[in-house]
Design a protein around this ligand. Structure first.
Ligand code: 1HE
Length: 261
């Protein structure tokens, strides 16, 4: 894979994937998306949890606007399997693939950068982060799955405000709108994401898979179908590893739950 555009590093059960075009604020062009695809597939095969982050001072400035302009003016017809599809495919490998993902965010998290971040299951940011959807300012529309994914996280009202007015959210506002679950001091986002990933890796792979694949699908179902799907996944076929973990609790070997301070 192109180690220049996207870096891959494994620390025990955790794969760390870094967008690596800091001079272009980690704007994503076609080659970056291809490199990202290769990295996330590899992480799904080799790691138990993935962490996404950006090298330099930003997570990502979104779509590479220079490449978008070059394409718009090339006069060439859109390829049958166009770029938008490749964004959808890669972000879906993250969102509904074999392992959970934590996004470690700082600096600009805008446009396609926010779409990528919301493909992850948990998002952490530091105090330098800001969040925006400047598509309308560029005369384009959301195309990396954000209409579905971001709208489900923040709802129509907040998304419409961000898109229509170009409003940027600070970390506290992002936490209020459920874009991030953890806000940490500047420079600490990657360490926090690592810590969370390490913790997530202690769950069984099977339960993690149900949390990342079954739970969001149930969210799309009717009440009745949701309960049926839950029954299939809890009572009818328990996650692998359930028996030994249940036994650990009953025989008093399980680590106690520690209430927050
Ligand atoms: C870029 C891009 C980019 C920076 N495509 N080249 N995204 C946006 O509308 C955000 C556009 N970017 C910005 O608003 C700013 O660059 C930032 C707030 C992110 C950072 O500001 P700053 O002052 O640190 O950097 P800069 O000087 O603006 O940019 C540094 C370089 O990165 C410069 O290139 P250079 O060759 O002149 O050095 C910029 O042109 C380049 N750069 N952002 C291409 N996005 C699937 S649909 C998704 C739709 C979207 O993502 S829309 C949102 C697009």
């Amino acid at each position: 894979m192109t180690d220049t555009l996207v870096t891959y590093q494994q620390e025990g059960p955790v794969a760390l994937i870094g967008l690596n075009r800091p001079d272009k604020r980690n704007a994503m062009n076609d080659d970056t998306i291809a490199a990202l695809r290769e990295a996330v597939v590899r992480a799904g095969d080799e790691a138990d949890v993935g962490v996404l982050f950006g090298h330099g001072n930003n997570f990502s400035a979104g779509l590479d606007l220079a490449e978008a302009l070059a394409k718009a003016t090339s006069g060439k017809p859109m390829p049958r399997r166009g770029k938008r599809h490749s964004w959808h495919e890669v972000f879906d490998i993250i969102a509904r693939g074999p392992i959970p993902w934590v996004a470690a965010l700082h600096g600009a998290v805008v446009g396609g950068g926010l779409e990528l971040a919301t493909a992850a299951h948990i998002r952490v940011c530091d105090r330098s982060a800001f969040f925006g959807l400047p598509e309308a300012q560029r005369g384009i529309f959301v195309g990396g799955g954000g209409t579905v994914r971001i709208q489900r996280v923040i709802g129509y009202t907040v998304m419409a405000d961000m898109m229509l007015t170009g409003r940027l959210l600070n970390p506290d506002e992002a936490e209020r709108e459920h874009i991030v679950r953890y806000v940490v001091p500047e420079g600490e986002h990657l360490n926090k994401a690592r810590e969370l990933a390490e913790r997530i890796s202690q769950n069984t792979h099977d339960t993690n898979w149900r949390i990342t694949n079954v739970l969001p699908r149930i969210n799309d179902l009717s009440h009745e179908d949701g309960l049926f799907m839950e029954y299939l996944n809890s009572n009818l076929r328990r996650p692998e590893g359930a028996e030994s973990r249940l036994r650990d609790f009953v025989e008093k070997r399980a680590k106690p739950l520690t209430p927050p301070k």
